[in-house]
Structure formats: structure tokens, C-alpha cells
Design a protein around this ligand. Structure first.
Ligand code: PLP
Length: 366
């Protein structure tokens, strides 16, 4: 995949109205006459992503949050009902709570996040279930194939935010999801310098509604971010392999030397196996479960050379302790985030440097 020239112009120039009319009649998704409708850098990113998603139609937007709001705006109608597990990204939850109020949509948040619990939360008017598997930051997983089969039977749209694993490590459309969505701002663009989102589907009628809504909402991705995201995708497989190798080295160290610490990797567990997660090509996300808020905080404070990073998927390793920044224990519990949980986003550095930074901090809190 060669990088396409960057196209910044907001509008194409035409010789006459006939030529303008011809361009503007291009099918939705192939438009390049006006940048909010389409742009050649954005189209190239969408085509590249479509290949990763096994032939889906993909729509690039201005952030991961813009991806979920696009799905809601395009596909939900007043009077419908949405089911959301309590453990999805807390800002996605906040977004759906706002949307529920303004759109006249009802929302059920389901705790415990199992497939039977999610289905038990459905009603006659449930239009959509939106899940993350694994979820940020606790990395809880779901049997997506079973959930998708139940959604198809009941006529419910299954939307999976697959930001954490990317389509290379887990293809949720192959597992039966109607729509996959992504924050490009994490592993996909992969360098900590892009904000963007992507929405993908293999259902043409859903794609048409999504494209039409993006044009109206005006939240298309900007060309420079598309160009940077394309550059990032060129090394995605390489980076994921390195993230995976480093995370495995850390897991081995934890098992050997710090068996008291409860941890999860985004790739392990029975659901990950059922979802055919590619273990050599996964991301470096780990959830370290310290006994309580104090121990998690002490670990983060003791770390040298690893920053506190309110994001993940960057080349550099970072940690984030929700319990260290959110004082309200009830707010954390409502999102199923234990106060002692520290998210470790393992980067692509030399693993010896990572172990040299992590081991002394873990010893300090042992
Ligand atoms: N989905 C998940 C799982 C996330 O972790 C995030 C952000 O952290 C988002 C969506 C939102 O993405 P963005 O920050 O690009 O809007």
C-alpha cells in the first residue's frame, strides 16, 4: 500500500455546471467534490480499512466518539431501546445517556456483562446492543458469536466497539456483528498523534444511512488525520506483533515473580479463544488488579520512566489508574472499574527496558 498524496482542498474546481453536476452525482462514499462529503485521502483510508474488515464498507469520522454518535444518530429512532453493558468505555456510556434524553430513546445498562444478562435486558422495542469485547479498561470479554446469533434471531443490531483488539487480532464482523466501530486514535493510527474513528458494516442499507448521516452531521475525518492514519496502518501488523511479544514477556515475569498480582491480558480467557483472537497479533493491553486504590496508586507513583497516559496503543508504554483520578467510588463501581485497577498499555520498546522499569515498582508494593 503506497501512501496517497495528501488532498487538502475543501472543494474541487469545475469547468462548468455540467461537470459539477456529474461529480456531485457520484454515489455516496465516492464523493470528492466537497470535503465534508468525501476526500481522496479519506477514501483511501476507508478502502484500506475495508480490506482489513474483510470487504466491509467503512466510514471515517473525526473521533471514536464521533463513530458511536454516528451509529446512534443514523440508526436509532425515538421510542426505541438500547442495551449497554455497564463496562463499556465510560464516555460512550455518558454519550448514550445524553442521546437517550435528547432523542427519546430508552437505555438499559446491564451489570455483569454476560450474554444471558444482556439478552435479559432486552425488550420488545430493543433496536441495538452496543458492547466492547474486551472492554476498556477491565478487559472483560463476551462470547460474541453467541451474542450475534441471538441478536440476529431477535432482529436487534449488534454493534461492537473493537478498538482494543483491531480487526487484525479479532474480526467482529466475521463473528456476526452488524457494525464494528473503532477509535483510530489508539493502536490503529498507532503513534499518539491522530484523533479519528471508523464505522464498518457489510449491510449496504446500514452503510447508506451512515454515509447520509455523516454528511448531515458534518463530522467527517480531516484529510491530514486520514493520511497519518494510513501511514500508521502500514505498520499495524508489525507493531501488534511487537506489542504482543512485549506483553507476553511481562506476563511471564508476573507469573514467575509476582504471582500475588491478579492481571488479565486482552488476549487471554475462554471468550478470546471462542472469538478466535489471534494471540500472536494482539495489542499490549493488560489490566493489573491491585488489592485496593492505595496499592494501585503506590505502584503508579513508584514507576520510573513509564508515564501516566490517558490513552493507549501508543509506541511508548503507559499506565492509567482510574482510581487515582476519579475520587467518586460509586462512579467507578457504576462502570465496573475496581479502584485498584491499573491499565498497562505495553508499547514496542526493548522488553528489557520495560521489565527494568516495572520490576522495582512491583517490588515496592509487594
Ligand atoms: N472506544 C473505546 C473503547 C475507547 O477506549 C475510546 C477512547 O478511549 C473511545 C471509544 C473514544 O475514542 P476517541 O477518544 O477517539 O473519541
Amino acid at each position: 500500500m503506497a501512501c496517497a498524496p495528501l488532498q487538502l482542498a475543501t472543494a474541487a474546481h469545475f469547468d462548468d455546471s455540467a461537470q459539477a453536476r456529474q461529480w456531485m452525482q457520484a454515489p455516496a462514499g465516492e464523493q470528492t467534490s466537497y470535503r465534508r462529503h468525501g476526500n481522496s485521502s479519506v477514501l483511501q483510508l476507508e478502502a484500506t480499512f475495508a480490506a482489513l474488515e474483510g470487504g466491509a464498507s467503512c466510514i471515517a469520522v473525526s473521533s471514536g466518539m464521533a463513530a458511536s454518535v454516528l451509529v446512534a444518530g443514523a440508526l436509532l429512532r425515538s421510542g426505541e431501546h438500547v442495551v449497554l453493558p455497564a463496562n463499556v468505555f465510560y464516555e460512550t456510556t455518558a454519550q448514550f445517556q445524553h442521546l437517550a434524553d435528547s432523542m427519546g430513546v430508552s437505555l438499559t445498562r446491564v451489570t455483569g456483562g454476560s450474554v444471558p444478562a444482556l439478552l435479559a435486558g432486552c425488550r420488545h422495542n430493543t433496536r441495538m446492543i452496543l458492547v466492547e469485547s474486551p472492554a476498556n479498561p477491565g478487559l472483560a470479554t463476551l462470547d460474541l458469536r453467541t451474542l450475534a446469533a441471538a441478536c440476529h434471531l431477535r432482529g436487534i443490531l449488534l454493534v461492537v466497539d473493537n478498538t482494543l483488539l483491531t480487526p487484525l487480532a479479532q474480526n467482529v464482523l466475521d463473528l456476526g456483528a452488524h457494525i464494528s466501530l473503532y477509535s483510530l486514535s489508539k493502536h490503529l493510527a498507532g503513534h499518539g498523534d491522530v484523533m479519528g474513528g471508523m464505522v464498518c458494516t457489510r449491510h449496504p442499507e446500514l452503510h447508506q444511512s451512515l454515509v447520509a448521516w455523516r454528511t448531515c452531521a458534518g463530522n467527517a475525518l480531516d484529510p491530514f488525520s486520514a493520511w497519518l492514519a494510513l501511514r500508521g496502518l502500514r505498520t499495524l501488523a508489525l507493531r501488534l506483533r511487537r506489542h504482543a511479544a512485549n506483553a507476553h514477556a511481562i506476563a511471564a515475569m508476573l507469573r514467575r515473580q509476582f504471582a500475588w498480582l491478579d492481571w488479565t491480558g486482552a488476549w487471554n480467557g475462554a471468550d478470546a479463544r471462542r472469538n478466535r483472537v489471534r494471540t500472536r497479533l494482539h495489542t499490549g493491553l493488560m489490566a493489573l488488579r491491585f488489592a485496593n486504590r492505595g496499592q494501585g496508586g503506590a505502584f503508579v507513583d513508584a514507576l520510573q520512566d513509564i508515564p501516566v497516559l490517558p490513552s493507549f496503543g501508543n509506541p511508548e508504554t503507559g499506565v492509567f489508574h482510574y482510581g487515582g483520578v476519579v475520587e467518586d467510588a460509586d462512579a467507578l463501581a457504576a462502570c465496573e472499574i475496581p479502584a485498584g485497577l491499573v491499565r498497562l498499555s505495553v508499547g514496542i520498546e526493548d522488553p528489557r527496558d520495560l521489565l527494568a522499569a516495572l520490576v522495582p515498582a512491583l517490588r515496592r508494593v509487594s
